[in-house]
Design a protein around this ligand. Structure first.
Ligand SMILES: [Zn+2]
Length: 428
């Protein structure tokens, strides 16, 4: 009989539903914890279906900084566990309650990173670098397979053992846009990375720091935003205190994962009021609480400011201004429009808002082309007929970008009346 080649793992789900998890022992040793029928047993290795699983070892394939649970321990309820973690962020880092709870949501999501898409990403805004670092230090003991790193090299995360879905806490106060792009692209499980002649995919969670607003327009809406500026004086956290927090909470979070894995993997929480990236983020975070409507509602509340920002960004963007000009033309009952006239209307809107800039007719022409309204050229230049279909499309595009026109004191036209507030998003 051929010898069974052992597979060194950090986590595995077996065909019969049993789960194996890597846990830490004393002195950087590791063992496996087998979860079977709601009960946990610790073992040195485990054989199943002709395969032999062994615990990945620290220092060889696992970095020595990784934070592991040492076993499991029960928690009162998901709400209670959520609340206790939020309180640690509030009391230790002085975080305001909403930001403390956003950090808590992120920590929970890291324990299910391989089952959800997009994978958890968070961006931390800060004013004081030391306080931001304290926050990252404190976040680590709550995250799954946490690895704190000052420079993130993507190659480091592909050689980890099977089942390891690490959380990289990246302490790089000036993240490059290349790093953000990489973290954005690797959020989606369907997209692999080619590296050194191999094609690899690995789900992982990541949190990065950023100060200032220079990167704001490059941060995807699927990244959770946490503000680490303390509201009250933070405590001084030392390594001992962090170890104690990990000892208290990692076993509870591992128990939460083991008990809820299949439900979280199959959950499809959908927050009706959000669109685009915020909707995907809400789904990832809300699905971590399949047994708690209270926590799912809380996730929605916590993401409202982020969604409002997204809507404002969209509403202010140049396409939205041009669409608003087009809506005015529709409501004035015009039969046709020329690019110059639309530019004039758009600039009138910008003047009213005091935005301090104007759009050139050529720019307006480019934006109009992206709307596919069927432009044609006549003696007065490029323009198009405002047919019923064209007006319909203008309304739909404007609705999908939350153009402020609809929120003003307007007399609704027939198309406005038919538009549902939750009309599906139309891609431009
Ligand atoms: Zn209308």
């Amino acid at each position: 009989m051929a010898a069974v080649i052992p597979l060194s793992i950090a986590s595995a789900v077996l065909p019969d539903g049993d789960q194996l998890e890597l846990i830490g022992g004393g002195e950087k040793t590791t063992r496996l914890l087998r979860w079977h029928d709601g009960r946990a047993v610790k073992c040195r290795e485990f054989e199943s279906g002709g395969r032999r699983f062994t615990p990945a070892t620290i220092g060889e394939i696992l970095p020595s900084e990784i934070i592991l649970a040492t076993g499991i321990s029960d928690y009162k309820s998901p709400e209670d566990l959520f609340k206790s973690i939020g309180l640690v962020f509030q009391s230790t880092c002085g975080l305001e309650r909403n930001n403390a709870e956003r950090a808590t949501c992120f920590a929970f999501a890291t324990h299910f990173a391989e089952f959800r898409d997009p994978a958890p990403r968070a961006i931390v805004n800060w004013i004081d670098a030391w306080e931001a670092l304290q926050f990252l230090e404190l976040l680590a003991p709550f995250c799954r397979h946490a690895i704190r790193t000052t420079r993130f090299e993507p190659a480091d995360c592909w050689n980890l053992p099977a089942g390891c879905s690490p959380t990289f806490l990246i302490c790089d106060p000036r993240p490059s846009s290349a790093l953000l792009k990489f973290l954005d692209a690797t959020q989606h499980s369907g997209f692999a990375v080619t590296q050194a002649g191999r094609v690899v995919t690995r789900p992982f969670s990541a949190v990065v720091l950023t100060s200032g607003h220079e990167l704001d327009d490059r941060i995807p809406a699927t990244f959770l935003r946490i503000n680490a500026t303390p509201q009250t004086r933070p405590s001084l956290v030392d390594a001992k205190a962090l170890q104690k927090i990990a000892r208290d909470f990692q076993p509870q979070l591992l128990a939460y994962r083991l008990k809820n894995r299949s439900r979280v993997a199959g959950a499809t929480f959908d927050a009706d009021r959000f669109r685009g990236g915020t909707r995907a983020l809400a789904s990832v975070l809300g699905s971590c609480f399949p047994n708690s409507v209270e926590l799912q509602n809380r996730v929605v509340k916590l993401l409202e400011p982020q969604d409002e920002e997204r809507r404002l960004d969209h509403a202010r963007c140049e396409s939205a201004v041009v669409l608003e000009a087009l809506l005015i033309a529709c409501h004035e009952g015009r039969a046709s429009m020329h690019v110059g006239e639309i530019a004039e209307l758009a600039n009138g809107i910008l003047d009213l808002r005091g935005d301090g800039y104007h759009l050139e007719a050529r720019k307006v022409g480019n934006i109009l082309s992206s709307f596919s309204l069927g432009q044609r050229r006549d003696s007065r230049g490029y323009g198009f007929l405002l047919s019923t279909e064209c007006k319909q499309r203008i309304h739909e595009l404007a609705r999908s970008l939350d153009v402020p026109f609809f929120r003003g004191q307007i007399k609704k036209c027939d198309i406005c009346k038919k538009l549902s507030p939750n009309a599906p998003r139309v891609h431009i």
